[in-house]
Design a protein around this ligand. Structure first.
Ligand code: ADP
Ligand code: MG
Length: 242
């Protein structure tokens, strides 16, 4: 059984049909890279997965448990699914350490010392051992995004969702964030990654999922996708990258 399953998922914004019968399975430890033109529904797919948006029909399951039941506990499922966005959304008046430790204390009820120990370890893991006391304004965009990743990891999620997490960064800061994501992938984290970084997609992705107009139009291993996409849509998308 796949860890994350999408079955006939449909999402509308008013009259606009944004996700059309999405069927998708993400295996445990898979890095599922999602690409596609702007407006194709990539962000909406991730946002529906942790219930920032509600779907109108179909089902999304994590480890066999439906996430999209109206009575599913949103707080519990958000602990199981970490999400990182293009904008870092750190608390500006809290240090890096406090940003990472906050949810484990407030939501999980972890004792403060334990949460701080954990936060220190996580910040070390994303290469920020020396910045635990810094405020977001004292950190570069790449460092802030790494704090945001550590903060998501602090809840010990089963799956991590990344939505264009390097798109707002200065080019010279992109690599350090991708490096952290690559390490996570190597450690076996199950990930869905929306990205324009085709080098990352090719090297780190286990599968490429191409979306267009609310549909999954191609889902193949990266080598095949980048060498010989199986669909017209895939070929079209690739030709625009060159
Ligand atoms: P992508 O991330 O692939 O660029 P999105 O998931 O953001 O695409 O958007 C898919 C479609 O849904 C677009 O047509 C967009 O305009 C529409 N959309 C996204 N969010 C909203 C919203 N909150 N209200 C209305 N329409 C939205
Ligand atoms: Mg988007």
């Amino acid at each position: 059984m796949a860890l994350l399953e999408f079955e006939k998922v449909n999402k509308y914004f008013g009259e606009t049909h944004v996700l059309k019968d999405i069927d998708l399975e993400v295996d445990e430890q898979e890095v599922c890279v999602v690409i596609g033109p702007s407006g194709s529904g990539k962000s909406t797919l991730l946002r529906c997965t942790n219930r920032l948006e509600e779907i109108q029909s179909g089902e999304i399951r994590l480890d066999g448990t439906p996430l999209t039941d109206p009575d599913a506990d949103i707080n519990v499922l958000r602990q199981r699914i970490g999400m990182v966005f293009q904008s870092f959304n750190l608390f500006p008046h809290k240090t890096a350490l406090e940003n990472v430790a906050l949810a484990p204390i407030k939501v999980k009820g972890l004792p403060r010392d334990e949460a701080h120990d954990r936060a220190n370890r996580l910040l070390d893991r994303v290469g920020l051992a020396g910045q635990t006391g810094s405020y977001p304004s004292q950190l570069s965009g790449g460092q802030q995004q790494r704090v945001a990743i550590a903060r998501a990891l602090a809840m010990d999620p089963q799956v991590m969702l990344f939505d264009e997490v390097t798109s707002a960064l200065d080019p010279e800061l992109v690599g350090e964030v991708l490096e952290v994501m690559r390490d996570l992938a190597d450690e076996g984290m199950t990930m869905m990654v929306v990205t324009h970084e085709m080098g990352f997609a090719r090297e780190v992705g286990d599968t490429i999922t191409l979306m267009a107009e609310g549909e999954v139009v191609e889902r193949t291993p990266p080598k095949q996708f980048f060498e010989e996409p199986t669909t017209q849509r895939g070929r079209q998308f690739l030709s625009k990258l060159l």
